[in-house]
Design a protein around this ligand. Structure first.
Ligand code: G1P
Length: 300
């Protein structure tokens, strides 16, 4: 595969759509964004932002909406809180809350109507400009030795084209995801885990699904996606689907899928959220041992 200029381009921007209504978590999300629900003691959206930072991407664009101000405040300096913590001698906590504000450069753009993931990405078009960028959905929490996005950046560096994260799912669950059809490409560093995508479909019925390889909420996209998003009609659920726009993009450019290494939790789903909470709590040095003891004591 010839190397072209774009293979040298580092990704500088991650777009985080956070405008969704979070109806699956009502009533918890009546007056607070679902992205602020904590797994142990950290909001979902912070896991996403930390993954972006750990992958070496310096800038985040949040696509927000009404009622999402808590996210803006979370990634800003809280002078009053810091002042009070300092006054009580809680320097470690003060450092902790300050460090969140310094993770990355942050910008915000508002999606005026909840018209779907594709529309949310299109809202960021002017801020992104004409460069490849990442998209991270904070519902998907990925626990991995090498951050999932970083694994994808290595594939982007190799092929210079859009890359989506994929994972095998139970056949009965395919209708929750974008599903791809693809062929593995020989890639000796990634051992059959990189696929050249031939087709994709948003939330198919199991009988219609081209495989059980599901798109997970991590994308690296070339800017050509914006023209396709602008031309994409509303699809599944009456929303503009990113999967439909990527399907159009396939006619112009190759797209790759990476079966990433790591544990992914669907924190947008109640059971997935609980699993993430239990497993990430067990891994915590300050809580894990006692929590394990407690779980073992339960008469299940
Ligand atoms: C979105 C995408 C879907 C993808 C999923 C990953 O769906 O539309 O293609 O598989 O994220 O989490 P949502 O979960 O927002 O319904």
């Amino acid at each position: 595969m010839p190397r072209d200029i774009s293979t040298e381009t580092p990704i500088r921007i991650a777009v985080l759509p956070v405008a969704g209504l979070g109806t699956r978590f009502l009533p918890a999300t009546k007056a607070q964004p679902k992205e602020m629900l904590p797994i142990v003691d950290k909001p979902l959206v912070q896991y996403a932002v930390e993954e972006v930072a750990a992958s070496g991407i310096p800038m985040v664009i949040f696509v927000t909406g009404r009622g999402k101000e808590a996210i803006e405040n979370h990634f800003d300096v809280s002078f009053e809180l810091e002042h009070q913590l300092a006054g009580r001698g809680k320097e470690d906590l003060r450092g902790l809350v300050r460090s969140i504000a310094g993770l990355l450069k942050v910008s915000y753009v508002r999606q005026q109507q909840a018209r779907g993931l594709g529309d949310a990405i299109l809202t960021a078009r002017e801020l992104v400009g004409r460069e490849p960028f990442a998209v991270v959905l904070s519902d998907d929490v990925v626990d991995a030795d090498t951050p999932c996005l970083r694994q994808m950046l290595a594939v982007f560096a190799r092929y210079g084209r859009s890359v989506v994260a994929i994972q095998r799912v139970d056949r009965r669950r395919v209708s929750n995801y974008g599903i791809i059809r693809g062929v593995p490409v020989p890639d000796r560093h990634r051992n059959g885990r990189v696929f050249r995508i031939q087709d994709m479909v948003e939330k198919p019925r199991p009988a219609q699904a081209p495989s059980n390889l599901a798109i997970i909420g991590r994308y690296i996209l070339t800017p050509a996606i914006f023209d396709e998003l602008a031309a994409t009609a509303t699809g599944t659920g009456g929303e503009v689907q990113l999967t439909d726009a990527m399907r159009r993009l396939l006619d112009r450019e190759p797209i790759y899928g990476l079966e990433f290494e790591g544990q992914r939790y669907d924190a947008g789903d109640k059971l997935g959220f609980l699993k993430a909470t239990v497993e990430l709590a067990l891994k915590r040095p300050d809580l894990g041992a006692e929590f394990r003891k407690y779980l073992k004591s339960l008469d299940l």
